[in-house]
Design a protein around this ligand. Structure first.
Ligand code: GSH
Length: 219
């Protein structure tokens, strides 16, 4: 059986869990935190989570794990059959990760981890996010879902990226990340009502206190 190693507060971990849940797959969760110890690096070469344990070995990197799940696990398809449409979904996934998730992650220390954000970082991230949102407004096809009328991996990446990005930008810049892209805000609101997302969000909220206590303990 597939095993997802990670922790409930991790948005990447939740992307993997949501894909498996939407497929209706049986899987196990193994609690794991990022670490640079040899034992963990043998499973996850960068020491990050999530990492997927399969009968053939471990796989790291969420986008790769999501594609592996799509290829391996039966159930509703999460990538379109048509190669061009499939490439467009992958384009959206990559852009959300590169131009929203990763820049906003630079602000996590000051917002989620009890640290502070250097002023230079605060100044640098804002234009990147503005450009990313403007680019995604050209790429996404917000109807029932972010790429049209079917749930895809792009929704899974979006729903565990934008809400946290919006919360961080509200705190750091006092502005609404999606003020210029209300169509996406409305698709995200409807995605947040999906049973899989509700469950994962609830677990993430429940795990937040323990996560922050763990950070405090580690200093
Ligand atoms: N590129 C990785 C990023 C995963 C990631 O950043 N996970 C966080 C937890 S949400 C982590 O392990 N952080 C520890 C670190 O960056 O060393 C992926 O796509 O899976």
């Amino acid at each position: 059986m597939l095993k997802v190693h990670g922790f409930a507060v991790s948005n990447y971990h939740n992307m993997v869990r949501m894909a498996l849940m939407e497929k209706g797959a049986a899987f196990e969760v193994v609690d794991a935190f990022p670490a640079q110890e040899e034992g963990f690096l043998a499973r996850s070469p960068m020491g990050k989570v999530p990492v997927l344990e399969t009968p053939d070995g471990f796989i790291a990197e969420t986008s790769v794990i999501l594609e592996y799940i799509e290829e391996l696990v039966p159930g509703p398809r999460l990538l379109p059959a048509d190669p061009f449409a499939r490439a467009r979904v992958r384009e959206a996934m990559k852009m959300i990760e590169l131009y929203i998730e990763l820049p906003v992650r630079r602000l996590f220390p000051g917002v989620l981890m009890g640290g502070s954000n250097p002023e230079q970082t605060v100044q640098e991230v804002d234009p990147v996010l503005r450009r990313g949102v403007a680019a995604l407004a050209r790429v996404l096809d917000c109807r029932s879902f972010v790429m049209g009328e079917a749930l895809t991996l792009a929704d899974i990446v979006a729903v565990f990226t934008f809400p946290i990005a919006a919360m961080v930008t509200r705190k750091v810049y006092g502005r609404d990340l999606l003020e210029s892209f209300p169509e996406l805000a409305s698709v995200l609101a409807s995605l947040s009502e999906r049973p899989t997302v509700k469950l994962l969000d609830a677990e993430s909220r429940a795990g937040m206190e323990a996560f922050q206590a763990r950070l405090r303990k580690r200093g």
